[in-house]
Structures are given as C-alpha cells and as structure tokens.
Design a protein around this ligand. Structure first.
Ligand SMILES: *[C@@H]1O[C@H](CO)[C@@H](O)[C@H](O)[C@H]1NC(C)=O
Length: 415
C-alpha cells in the first residue's frame, strides 16, 4: 500500500478519524506484499525436479488502481505453484476466525482455482505441495461453464469436508476480495467484496458431524393417511347419451354429383366430416379432496449416531498460510492476505485496499480492453494487405480452446 503525503490539516483530520474508526482486533497475519515480502514467504521446491514448478511475478498487474500496490502473480503457463508463509501459532478456539484475501484473474481463467489454505502444526515449507495436509481451504474455483464457485473446505481427521451450499464466485478479470468468517458459535459467513453471499451453521452446511436429527426409520405412513390432493367429483355424472355422439358425421353440404350413375358407380354415400358435437371420451371432473392431509413425512428423531463436538469450528495451532495451485493459464494475482479475529477490521482492511482502488482498476481495465480491440482492428486492416496474421491468431484461439478441454480432464484441485 502506498503512503501518501497529506497537507498538515488534512493529516490531523485523518488522524482524528482514524481514532474513531479504530477497531480492536487480533491480527495473526497481514500481508500487503510490500517490501521484504520475499523474506516472509517460502517458495516450495515441490515439482521442481519435474520442471513444472511455476514462478511468481511481483507486480500490480496489467491493469491496476495503484501501480505501487503490488501482489504476487502466477507467471508461467502449465505450472504448479506452492508458496507459504508462517505466523505465530494460534488457536481459534472460543474466537472468531477471519480469513481474507484478494485475487485477480488477469488471464481470463478458463479452469483453475484462486484459493488459499490455512495449515497447522509443523510443516517443511520447502516441501509444501498438493499433498500437504491443510485445515481450511477457501477461495474461488472456476472451470468451464459449470464450475463457478467459492470453495470452503474444512479438513479434519484426514477428511475434507466441502460446503454443501452453492456459493457463486466472481468470474471477471478484476480484483475481488474473498472473506471467510468462522465464529465460535459454529456459524459462518462467506463474503465477496464485503457482501455476504452465504451464511449458516457448520452443523448443517458441512457434513463434518452426522446430522443432529434424522427421519425416524421406524415410522410408517398410517393406512388411513389420505395423500391424494384431488379426487374425481362424485357429483359430476356422464350425461345420458354422451357415448352415442359419433366422432364423424356425413357432410351436410355434400351433394350427390349430377352425373352419378348408381348402376355403374354403386350407391352414393356422403363423405364424412368431424362432428362439432363430439368432445372426446368423457372425463369426470376433479375436485380438491376434503380429506387431504398433505404429503406424509416421517417424524424427525434425534440421531443416535450424533455426538456433539462444541469445537467443530476450532483448530489448534494454526501456523501457516499457503497458496497451492495448478495453472494452465497463468496470471492469477494474490494480494492483501489477512488472518484475524475481527470481521469489522477485515471489512475496513478490504475497503482501504480493494475498495479504494477498484474504480480506478476498472477504468484501467476498460482502457486496456479498448486498446486491445484497436490493435485487433489494425491487425485486420493489415490482413487485407495480404498478411497472415489472422491465421496466426486463429491458431492461438484454438490452442486456448484445447487448453480448456485438456484442463477439464485434469483434476485442478487436489481436494
Ligand atoms: C511475468 O513476468 C515475465 C517477465 O517480465 C513476463 O514475460 C511474463 O509474461 C509475466 N507473466 C504474466 C502472467 O504476466
């Protein structure tokens, strides 16, 4: 984050405001990727011997609201990425846990993730990779047209528990802030750009524990339970003679042709037409069943397999934050990572980083798109002069299409 000089009066005013807006928070980890970030982060050697370990660019990206506000961006295509940082160990027992970061997919991500992980215990950061056990994995995941969601995974006793609710993520090429709040009453909220997208209970929205209540497996629908919503109307009777109405009748307008010779042509019969009186087979009207009791449902009972764990939300000795990804197309930029205990603090942090820059970033992006289109238009003009650039571009397009195809078959997150 850039520090701007202000005139003295404005500075004094800002200081006064800052006092008002101070929120007390325990900040376990805060990374704005300013100077010295490389001393705080450890690049893993994972995948290095296979030459598929990707490196990071330290940059604010191709479009930005503040060129001084840099983050780390995946730099090479078809690479694995693994990087982590350590912070003083803590437990979120009896506390609120907030995990927040911003991510920008400048490459127009076809398929890939932008999530981060919280890890506990003792880890060899030089070996951090896809198989390193984590506690929480959180962030957006995009693949094709079908996967556009925010992952929120708790890993306990070697099992990964995915959130059961859909949480949509952002899919454009701009910076967005993802926030995961886990409270000590076992409730949670997921925010995107400081707006709540999902909230609920860890008990019901993950299958970390078996459900508290289940349908009584011994309950049976009572024999006299009437679950027919509609019944035939006993007052509706078939009119007399209804079945005698013919489907077709002789055409009353038809006339025997004048030159009809009964001896030669046989007896003349009128052609038939559909009978307007005919209404199809008779159907009895239906009425609401006065004895309808609704659909039968088994009553819920306490689940004998449920054993409460009041610390379902808690992790002992959280100690590292890590980014571990596989990317077909690089260009994902992470910034402003925060682990703390106060959602208000996180909200302000997001406002003064992403919030402050987002409009300028959007303007810079629109500008970049505009010049790209102008470049393309120029290329097309020169194609008319007999150059082969369009072909080259077609090749590039079909290449990225097949990239997306290929990626679909590769598990892009090792959950
Ligand atoms: C990373 O930086 C290198 C060197 O400046 C550049 O060639 C490459 O395109 C960058 N990667 C991305 C994804 O922007």
């Amino acid at each position: 984050m850039a520090i701007r000089r202000r005139p003295p009066l404005a500075a004094a005013l800002a200081a006064a405001l800052a006092v008002v807006s101070i929120v007390s928070a325990e900040v376990y980890f805060e990374e704005r990727f300013g100077d010295g970030w490389e001393n705080r982060w450890v690049k893993s050697d994972w995948k290095k011997d296979e030459n598929t370990a990707g490196d990071w660019n330290y940059t604010s990206g191709k479009w930005t609201g503040d060129p001084e506000d840099k983050g780390i961006q995946t730099a090479e295509d078809y690479r694995f990425y693994a990087i982590s940082a350590e912070f003083p160990e803590f437990s979120n027992k009896d506390k609120t846990l907030v995990l927040q970061f911003s991510v920008k997919h400048e490459q127009k991500l076809d398929c890939g993730g932008g999530y981060i992980k919280l890890l506990s215990g003792e880890i060899d950061q030089k070996k951090f990779g896809g198989d390193t056990p984590y506690r929480i994995m959180f962030g957006p995941d995009i693949c094709g047209y079908t996967t556009k969601k925010v992952h929120a995974i708790f890993s306990r006793d070697g099992k990964n528990h995915l959130i059961k609710k859909e949480v949509p993520c952002e899919t454009d090429q701009l910076t967005h802030v993802y926030t995961f709040i886990v409270r000590s009453d076992a409730t949670y909220s997921i925010l995107v750009d400081n707006k709540e997208k999902q909230t609920g209970s860890l008990y019901s929205d993950w299958d970390i524990l078996p459900p508290k209540q289940i349908k009584d497996p011994d309950a049976k629908k009572p024999e006299d339970w009437d679950d027919k919503e509609y019944i035939p109307d006993p007052d509706d009777k078939k009119p007399e003679g209804y079945d005698d109405i013919p489907k077709e009748i002789p055409d009353p307008d038809a006339k025997k042709p004048e030159d009809w010779d009964e001896e030669e042509d046989g007896e003349w019969t009128s052609p038939t037409i559909p009978n307007p009186e005919y209404k199809g087979p008779w159907k009895q009207k239906k009425i609401k069943n006065p004895n309808y009791k609704g659909k039968w449902k088994a009553p819920m009972i306490d689940n004998p397999d449920f054993k409460d764990d009041p610390y379902i939300y808690a992790f002992a000795n959280l100690r590292y934050i890590g980014i571990e990804l596989w990317q077909v197309k690089s260009g994902t930029l992470f910034d402003n990572i925060l682990v703390c205990d106060n959602p208000e603090y996180a909200k302000k942090f997001a406002e003064e980083t992403w919030g402050k820059n987002k409009d300028a970033e959007k303007a810079a992006f629109d500008e970049a798109e505009k010049s790209k289109q102008e470049e393309e238009a120029k290329d097309e003009d020169s194609d008319l002069d007999g150059e082969d650039e369009e072909d080259a571009e077609d090749d590039a397009d079909s290449k990225s299409d097949s990239d997306a195809e290929e990626e679909k078959e590769t598990p892009h997150d090792e959950l």
